[in-house]
Design a protein around this ligand. Sequence first.
Ligand SMILES: [Cu+2]
Length: 329
Amino acid sequence: MGSLLLCFVLSAQETSWSSSRPDGHAPIHVMGDHMHTKGEWMFSYRFMSMNMKGMLNESSETQNTTVFEIYMAAPQKMTMNMQMLGFMYAPSDKLTLMIMGNYISNSMDLLTKMNVDFETSSSGFGDISVAGLIHLLSQKRQKIHANVGVSVPIGSLDQRGDTPMMNNVRLAYPMQLGSGTWDPYFGATYLGQTAATSWGLQSIYKFRLAENSEDYTLGSQWSAVGWYAFQASKNCSFSASLDYLSIGSIKGEDTELNPMMMPLFNANNSGRNQLNLGLGSNYLIAEGVLRNLRFALEVNIPLSQSVEGIQMKNGLTSTLGIQYALGHH
Ligand SMILES: [Cu+2]
């Protein structure tokens, strides 16, 4: 009883925003949400699995027979698995540096007009993200930082596979692993806390300014996410988030892709707007040898999506994460 009372007194006295609590980190799919204090570093691993099934034409579902009126093949299902490795380091209280690399494995099931099923797959390293989080404001339990970064083109644009029509052909745009261009991004993150709850807002715009070696430019991306979390215990928190993602259309085209072959070979079928609901949980080990080790889980469910032309319909995305911070004061 005495220690419980002490605990209340301590949390009432704590008046600055803190990352040292389960909800001190955003839901796991959000990147660059928190800063570190001088000398701290953090290692993170994430596994993300994104599933797509069926097709959309603008915002309504479309069938194979409709697609076969124009195209030779139609995508049926796709899975994108991404493993992400990240490091954060704070040279000062005002700046946290972040680098994140990823390894992508894609597989896509397709059906031809002649009713033949086939599968294509691609895998390799994706683009590397290098960023700085710059402290802007902090007041009591609220903070704002800027997110400034660049995506470094490491991912391949020449993933190939065999199809019933032809062997060793270049795969569709969504099966490629990178943008092929240096893409700067800018944004800001706002964080707030009470003794047992926390929330945040983040908005980031990624510019695609240049044309890649295959004569196209992926669409620019705007993302906005808001989340709310509460502590169920000292170690565990639950969160809900809303995410809005707007991706522009591809400009130019990869001339190795025949746009009549399959909707996703056609650069006109690119660009989308999507609203996701996320449900997640964070778990923090606060004491002992594994102190500062975190586990997190989140599921993101599309609430609405609309696409340019004909594209695959996005389904659930699940993200698992492990984070470990060192040099904590
Ligand atoms: Cu961190």
